[in-house]
Design a protein around this ligand. Structure first.
Ligand code: PMP
Length: 401
């Protein structure tokens, strides 16, 4: 009989080979966090250019104060799930605020964005239903689909025509059909062509679930996400998102106008059988939501910084995942996995942290250095990131030579 962990020998060897030469990409420790854009890693001060802190809200004094008050008033944790003792007035207040902000009748708050996707997908769909997902969907979407036991099909990335052909050929039988999309895809930063996907509803029957994890707070005049920006909020049945990016906390949400939406509170197991978000998380998220609503200038600064980063890296000759429009995620495509790891390590030594993203978790098996801009970056910091990329490339090339 095999040892259960034997299946990971190749994976471990691959990891060991990396850590013999470079900093450990999956074991990295932030010794200190100095601000939304600065930290100490391996004893060195670095610019954080690979977080999802798009609006830079993690050190907002008002949010920290709100978190402290919640800690004093409600304690460290709820010690129960939402359907038992884990729903406090804070949770329902945040749900009401979110529903209002999103212009929807209903909102459910979850413990993480991952849990929100598991709950929504496996709550909405069962074995008799069919789910159509973009091939580059996030792991939480794939896992939600598995958990649902629904039939599923993948369509080519951001390709409404391919989805249309699949819908045309498909007989839903007695079940329903759910199409799952993301607002901004996290690895390359590209947006879904949402209007074209929604337009397919004129010809085919299906419901849409849109994951706005990376686009909430970032896109749209009010910051409601890609559905707002594309002007198709009415065509999107369910929106899912997270508190862990533009809101700078931890937790997730789903909103909808569906009259039966609330039934998911006692049908979706990942919602029912996990502890509710801590009072601190809810309080800081309420505060961050207020910032998103009242400080649209942060979205402008974010996009200016993103544009500066994208342009600067392009001018230095780096190959980017996205060049025809601006996104807060700027991904540098590396020629190989080895080159990506070496560059990532050299960037750290040059005082810049970005995300290292390697196959199989990347689109088209690309090796990426995923940068993300923040409204809190100064122009100087963005320029330092670009200069560090330039220096790191020279150092890595001289190592190889
Ligand atoms: N959906 C997408 C598209 C994501 O990128 C992420 C987080 N990386 C999640 C869901 C999960 O969010 P959370 O971190 O709140 O679990």
């Amino acid at each position: 009989m095999a040892d259960l962990l034997d299946k990971y020998r190749d994976l471990k060897e691959r990891h060991d080979a990396v850590t013999q030469r470079f900093a450990d990409p999956v074991g990295l420790v932030n010794d200190r966090i100095l601000s939304p854009t600065r930290g100490i890693i391996n004893g060195r001060e670095v610019i954080l250019a690979g977080t999802n802190n798009y609006l830079g809200v993690t050190f907002e004094p008002a949010c920290i104060e709100a978190g402290k008050e919640a800690l004093e008033e409600y304690g460290t944790g709820t010690t129960g799930s939402r359907i038992a003792n884990g729903t406090y007035g804070l949770h329902t207040l945040l749900e009401r605020e979110f529903a209002r902000f999103m212009g929807r009748a209903h909102c459910i708050v979850f413990s993480t964005g991952f849990q929100a996707n598991l709950s929504m997908i496996a709550g909405l769909c069962g074995p008799e239903d069919t789910i159509f997902i973009d091939i580059d969907s996030h792991a939480s979407i794939y896992d939600g689909v598995k958990l649902s036991q629904a039939r599923f099909k993948t369509f080519r990335h951001n390709d409404p025509d391919h989805l249309a052909r699949q819908l045309a050929r498909h007989d839903p039988g007695k079940g329903g059909r759910l199409v799952i999309l993301e607002g901004i895809y996290s690895m390359l930063g590209d947006f879904a062509p949402l209007r074209d996907f929604v337009a397919l509803k004129q010809e085919y029957e299906f419901q849409i679930l849109l994951d706005e994890a990376h686009s909430f707070g970032v896109l749209g005049e009010r910051g409601r996400g890609l559905a707002e920006r594309a002007g198709v909020e009415d065509g999107v049945d369910f929106i899912v998102g997270t508190f862990s990016k533009s809101l700078g906390g931890i937790g997730g949400y789903a909103v909808s106008d569906h009259p039966m939406f609330e039934v998911l509170r006692y049908a979706a197991r990942p919602y029912m059988f996990t502890a509710s978000p801590s009072p601190v998380s809810i309080a800081t998220t309420l505060c961050a939501l207020d910032i998103i609503e009242n400080e649209p200038q942060r979205r402008e600064r974010l996009m200016k910084n993103a544009e500066r980063l994208q342009r600067g890296l392009m001018e230095k000759g780096f190959q980017l995942g996205l060049t025809n429009y601006v996104s807060p995620v700027v991904a540098v495509i590396c020629p190989s996995e080895e080159a990506a790891v070496a560059m990532w390590d050299a960037l750290l030594k040059n005082g810049v942290y970005v995300n290292l993203a390697l196959p199989p978790g990347t689109p088209n098996k690309l090796s990426l250095l995923r940068c993300s801009a923040s409204a809190a970056h100064t122009e100087e910091e963005i320029d330092q990131v670009i200069a560090a990329f330039d220096r790191a490339r020279e150092q890595v090339a001289s190592l190889a030579g």
